[in-house]
Write a protein that binds this ligand. Sequence first.
Ligand code: PMV
Length: 312
Amino acid sequence: MARANGKVILFGEHAVVYGVPAIAAGVDRGVNATAARADQATLAIGARHVAPDDGSDLGRAYSALLSAVDAPPMSTHVESRLPAGCGLGASAAIGVATARAVLDAMTEQDGTATEPPERLTRVLAAANAWECVFHGNPSGIDAAAAALGGTILYSREDGARSLHLRRALTLAVAIAGPPAATREMVAGVANLRARRPEIVDKALEGIHAIVRNAQLFLRDGDLPSLGQLMDLNHMLLSGLFLSTEEIEHACGLARKAGALGSKLTGAGGGGAVVALVRDPQPVIHAWRGAGFECFATTVTPGCDPDRGEHDP
Ligand code: PMV
């Protein structure tokens, strides 16, 4: 059984598309996949079945993934515990788990446990080919976070590196809106940049400074300062028209309930909100009271964290 994690972006989404580094943390909800050689390529995600030539984006993405690793026809089954289009990296996690399952079937071994660097490179190439069909211009952070887990610093130029945290982070995550298409949100920022480069470039500079400071605060375990940076990052993302009323409502409820900071995570325009908390209970209680689907997750300090999702 091949696996990949979902993720939340703690700092730097959208800016990462323009080369700014970003910080992502794996969540313990993920995707499982199995694959076997077959006469014809098919992909089942839950109850949905697609084939490479059926005209669907999923079919095209599966075809791109199989080509990226020179795979023969494969029948792949995927089970996802991540809501789609909510900024939790469901699409990339499906791409990574599918690539791993296909490589396992090609080599007739389970390579996920101790994935050698050359196999990881193939998995990421296949997952990025998959992502390109949906997102047009993915930075690659979602696929890297799905493949590596833990907390990573990612940039287009340098790829991913694991970050060591001084202290565990407790996060509360709410699904704050209707699913949003990453492709459209990324295109929205690109259009704004074409019309008003000074606004977008100032925001990108600000986000870059936030990511630099966040690395120091993660290293020092300074949770209140990290929370403030999340609020600041959210303000800059709102200035790029990526927030919605529901996202603002969820962020506001979290702060009122004692969160150290909160922000949209991922593409925005709907999707998920992440809050840094000392105790998830009051935030989860406030969100549930307002009808938001939500959960809490802990990111532990090591480079290869043993993360735990819990339901307080
Ligand atoms: O697809 P999402 O919602 O996880 O967002 C991905 C992060 C973006 O920075 C918005 C896009 C990208 O490719 O980095």
